[in-house]
Write a protein that binds this ligand. Structure first.
Ligand code: PLP
Length: 425
């Protein structure tokens, strides 16, 4: 019963063979989800943490949105096809996936823009305080945006960066906001959302979580953790398509007071009154800015609808089993070829990806991609392997590590074509 065994009790290396992984896939309670996605024969896709795959239903949905809703319905579709409610409708569905109430979540803009709106709003919600606490090595856009807020806010703000394991000691009575990414994009480390949120609240600070690498990858319960604010990405584990709109969450008790800086007409209490004066909507809609990208939002909804069918306890169990087996398979390669695990061994501290450091990481990943095994590389030396539980199979782990072993043994990575860096790594 390989799949049902607890993630930590994995057979010895001698017992880990192709047949074992085939058997794991037979027992996988989520196996049927894979059929809902477009995955080419022979492709091993371990990059759903960066760009999720195409749900087959999105192809027909896009045809319908383009031909019928846009092509035929034209402007009428804002009402007849409820384009106007897309942000709330998809947000309401996402709420179930992140442990929030329907009226606390809305789909809009990009994660970067949502970070800006909510970080600026947090400073206003918590007046008199001067610090935003985050971690060094957070996702670049998070750090850049927090600095952007600091530069434009018109009051003295200090960005304090401390490693996540020390963060609770650096939250004090001057801290307006603590802003952290729940699952780290490079290391795959998952932070204790409830404990850190409590530490922020104990000092009167607000807590914002970036859920970009969590949503659809691990169970998230924003309400249970008493999180104040959150943002997240639509094109990663939610499979919303390249550049899909992002989402944001504002806890119910903050919605009324929240003021955000991008006061566009979609956030107006009555946009079509065409008034000269801005009056914020009373609900979560006040966080909207401009017109919804209808086609992109409609594609995202397909991915969210699939995710709504998932039992997240099963998803977590499979995710941890995948990462645990992968780590086990990689052990001999770490010894032989110098890969260094960059992801916590402790399952509760792991999201749904596993990363390794290697000085030749870029070329090694290119050699793997050349064999149709797609992970990615993050400078300066991280190879990332993302395990989107809805479509990654156990046999993929076996085949990936076999291929990697061959690449290292034959030094295939050492070819010039694998060393030229593309713009996007
Ligand atoms: C992917 C990701 C983003 C993406 O931001 P965009 O505005 O969509 O480019 C932001 N934050 C984190 C932590 C991410 O992983």
């Amino acid at each position: 019963m390989p799949f049902n065994s607890t993630p930590l009790s994995i057979p010895t290396h001698a017992e880990l063979n192709e047949a074992y992984f085939v058997e794991c896939d037979k027992q996988d309670s989520l196996a049927s989800f894979r059929g809902q996605f477009e995955l080419a024969d022979g492709l091993i896709y371990l990059n759903g943490n960066s760009l999720g795959v195409l749900p087959t239903a999105a192809k027909t949905r896009m045809q319908e949105v383009i031909s019928t809703e846009w092509g035929t319905g034209l402007i009428r579709s804002w009402n007849t096809h409820s384009w106007i409610n897309l942000p709330q409708r998809i947000g309401g569905k996402l709420a179930k996936i992140v442990g929030a109430k329907e009226h606390e979540v809305i789909v809009c803009d990009s994660t970067s823009i949502n970070l800006f709106k909510l970080a600026a709003a947090a400073i206003k919600l918590n007046p008199g305080r001067t610090k935003i606490v985050t971690e060094p090595g957070n996702f670049p856009t998070d750090l850049y945006i927090l600095n952007g807020v600091k530069n434009f806010i018109g009051q003295q703000i200090e960005i304090v960066t401390v490693p996540s394991h020390e963060i609770t000691q650096h939250i004090d009575s001057d801290t307006a906001l603590v802003c952290l990414t729940h699952v780290h994009y490079k290391s795959g480390t998952m932070l204790d959302m409830a404990a850190i949120t409590k530490a922020a609240h104990d000092q009167g600070a607000l807590m914002m979580w970036d859920l970009s690498h969590s949503t659809g990858a691990v169970p998230v319960d924003l309400n249970k953790a008493h999180a104040d604010l959150a943002v997240g990405c639509g094109y990663k584990y939610l499979n919303g398509g390249p550049g899909a709109p992002a989402f944001l969450y504002v806890a119910e008790q903050h919605i009324e007071k929240l003021q955000q800086p991008l006061t566009g007409w979609f956030g107006h209490a009555n946009a079509f009154a065409m008034s000269d004066d801005y009056e914020a909507a009373s609900g979560i809609e006040k966080t909207l800015c401009g017109t919804t990208p209808v086609i992109a939002a409609s594609a995202l909804e397909v991915g969210v609808d699939i995710m709504c069918q998932v039992d997240f306890a099963q998803l977590r169990e499979k995710s941890l089993s995948l990462s645990e087996h992968f780590i086990k398979l990689m052990e001999p390669l770490c010894e032989k070829y110098g890969f260094e695990l960059a992801t916590p061994l402790e399952p509760s501290q792991r999201g749904s990806q596993v990363s390794y450091k290697h000085s030749e990481g870029y070329a090694i990943m290119q050699a793997l991609i050349h064999q149709n095994i797609i992970g990615d590389f993050r400078a300066p030396e991280i190879l990332r392997f993302g395990f989107a539980p809805l479509y990654v199979q156990f046999i993929d782990l076996w085949n990936t590590v076999q291929a990697l072993d061959t690449i290292m043994r034959n030094e295939t990575w050492n070819r010039p074509e694998f060393k030229t860096r593309s713009k996007v790594t």
